[in-house]
Design a protein around this ligand. Structure first.
Ligand code: SAJ
Length: 405
């Protein structure tokens, strides 16, 4: 069993990124020790099962546990490398909450020995790696210049994690060149993409930049959608035509931006650099505003129809997830819009999410049934099955995600 053998790496955190990375590296022949504070997660993984939805992950974990390359536990083990892959949410004031990174780091400090590698993968504000290095050397001064410390942000897209873990390029920044080299050596054992060396601060900023760049570009598309609504122009056609220009690549508007990354990470730049980060802040606000704009449109139409017909309309909210074809509702604008319509209108609201079977707050309705019964159809998420619903022109459709484009 793994316990008796030398362990190559400990992964602190077995969530959406930690578990796939642990299982993937184990599938490449490394001996991996996965740590999670949630005993249910530890038990699930040790049974060879998974607690999150991600294509191909189930088979990978099953095989890694069966072959003895992956084992989960509530506490770390002595190993050659330690990876911090825990969440970094934000606090009320939009400042990054690095307490999980710090807690995971404190947990591994007693296990560190000369020659070990310590890497943070969690999205973190600039200078977090240096702060953790200071913490480690304060507790263990004898390890100064004897261990390697680096930052290497994860970049995988939920839904395509296993492929991207192997094939994406990675940016690796150490607190010194030796740390960068040591971390690069480790990643070269399982990454086929190019490994780009830099320093820790640049690597931290690179992750925040990638997600902020996408947020700003989506904000541009969302702003266009609101302008086009006023101007009586089909925004989908407009964007498709503008994108025929060889140097124009506009993204798609939607009902807002959700998920635990793009809707969160730009704030780590804004809160640290409020004077400089003007466009990044404005884009975040535009994308948040788009969800309110969508909810307000539905509520207005509800009131109009109620006045006209003298009875409450039936509204179908099509989709709850934060993006198409996933079951993840974290920071989802569609969920927010559905909640606002339920609490602020007299309408009968039918909520649809084909990727989940049960929800603790929303009573879910089958999508065909909801469409058939509704007076107003609000397309919130472009889930694949929605494209098969034939248009019934007697209904009022509000297409926020391009189903009818
Ligand atoms: N969205 C639009 N219009 C678009 C594209 C996306 O409105 O044209 C919306 C989606 O509906 C969703 C949100 O943006 O609500 C974010 O979705 P996404 O697919 O752009 O990204 P995530 O959050 O699933 O994953 C991102 C990825 N980052 C980039 O593409 C720069 C991924 O590579 C990161 O690893 C991940 O964040 C992360 O963990 O940081």
């Amino acid at each position: 069993m793994l316990k008796e053998e030398k362990i190559d790496a400990v992964f602190m955190g077995l969530g959406y990124i930690g578990l796939p990375t642990a299982a993937f590296t184990a599938s490449k022949g490394l001996r991996i020790w996965g740590v999670d504070i949630n005993p249910d997660v530890v038990e699930t993984v040790n049974r060879g099962e998974i607690h999150i939805v991600e294509p191909h992950l189930g088979d990978l974990v099953k095989e890694a546990v069966r072959s003895g390359h992956l084992q989960a536990s509530g506490r770390p083990q002595t190993a050659d490398a330690y990876f911090i892959v825990v969440p970094t949410p934000f606090k009320q004031n939009h400042r990054a909450d690095i307490s999980y990174v710090e807690a995971a780091t404190r947990t591994v400090i007693p296990y560190l020995k000369a020659g070990d590698l310590y890497v943070i993968e969690s999205t973190s504000p600039v200078m977090t790696t240096e702060k953790m290095a200071t913490l480690i050397f304060k507790e263990r001064p004898e390890l100064k210049d004897k261990i390697y410390i680096a930052y290497c942000p994860e970049r995988v897209l939920p839904g395509n994690v296993i492929y991207e873990l192997e094939h994406n390029d990675r940016v690796i920044g150490g607190i010194n060149p030796e740390s960068t080299r040591k971390a690069t050596e480790f990643y070269s054992r399982f990454v086929k993409g190019t490994l780009h060396p830099t320093n820790a601060r640049t690597a931290e900023m690179c992750k925040l930049t990638e997600n902020s760049s996408r947020d700003v570009q989506i904000a541009f598309a969302n702003e266009l959608s609101m302008i086009c609504d006023k101007a009586g122009i089909n925004v989908w056609e407009l964007i498709a035509l503008a994108n025929k220009h060889p140097r124009v690549h506009i993204l798609q508007p939607g009902c807002g931006v959700g998920g635990h990354c793009i809707a969160v990470d730009p704030w780590f730049i804004v809160s640290d650099y409020p004077e400089q980060a003007q466009i990044i802040k404005r884009s975040r606000e535009t994308n948040d505003y788009k969800a309110d704009w969508c909810a307000n449109r539905v509520l207005e139409i509800c009131r109009e129809l109620e006045r006209k017909n003298g009875k409450e309309p039936v509204v179908a909210c099509m989709g709850l997830a934060f993006k198409p074809d996933i079951d993840d509702l974290r920071e989802s604008p569609a969920k927010y819009i559905a909640s606002r319509i339920i609490s602020e209108s007299n309408a009968e609201v039918l909520v649809v999410e084909p990727n989940i079977s049960k929800h603790k707050t929303f009573q879910l309705t089958d999508y065909s049934e909801a469409y058939r019964k509704a007076d107003i159809v609000a397309w919130l998420v472009a889930h694949t099955p929605f494209y098969n619903i034939p248009e019934d022109r007697s209904k009022i459709e509000l297409d926020f995600c391009g189903i009818r484009k």
